[in-house]
Design a protein around this ligand. Sequence first.
Ligand SMILES: C[S@@+](CC[C@H](N)C(=O)[O-])C[C@H]1O[C@@H](n2cnc3c(N)ncnc32)[C@H](O)[C@@H]1O
Length: 244
Amino acid sequence: MHTHSRQVVSNQQYLHPRLAEVVLRHLRAGYKKPVAPHSAAAFGQLLQALATTPRPLVLDSFCGTGHSTADLARRHPQHLVVGVDKSARRLARHPHTAATDYLLLQADCADIWQLLAMHGLSVDYHYLLYPNPWPKAAHLQRRVHGHGSFPLLLRLASGGTPGCIELRSNWQVYVEEFGIAMHLAGVPGRVARLPSGPALTLFERKYRDSGHDLWRYSSTARRQPGAEGRRLAGDNSAARPGPP
Ligand SMILES: C[S@@+](CC[C@H](N)C(=O)[O-])C[C@H]1O[C@@H](n2cnc3c(N)ncnc32)[C@H](O)[C@@H]1O
């Protein structure tokens, strides 16, 4: 089936003028919100799976139907790969297989990130594939990087390895904003066009079939501990050259 998808239409052509202000405010404030009971129950399944077979984690946030989750489980056989989506309808469209090496949770992503952080669990690889773009300028704070939960992404990945966070979108502005937010938080990364290849998700396939350019942010280095703290305090020492 061929479905045509329209390009993102927005009243915002470039980076949002309040991006840095909003991101820095959230980095300063941290995030704590009551967790929905259904998210807490879903998190219980994750803890149970880890208790049965302890493994490092891969997270597929906003996984939709979970096609990518199954694919990622094949790419990360040593990990427990966990797909999270709030939509029961989307998750119900997951093609069931006998595979038991991944988990799909119906939950709010920010709730799961918060619970992981509270339990001191980190994520080796975190994929955020085509989150809703929220293209209206007024909706900056609904985007992943403009949301109050953004600092949790960093807490989950703080022990991570290069390339551990990957975000994809068909809206270049979104990916560039995410890259700048990560940079402000002390995680350098790269924004680039996604090379052609087999689609990892159903949305990716739809966008490719519709001729959209696809964009990817991937982190390229370990987070510099305390980097955002120094930035917030107005200390530029991280940018100064070191001793000869
Ligand atoms: C554009 S779809 C992309 C789905 C999938 N990653 C793909 O590429 O096919 C965005 C998904 O994010 C989910 N979503 C939006 N906000 C969410 C939230 N706060 N927590 C969990 N899932 C959310 C929606 O239900 C939807 O399935």
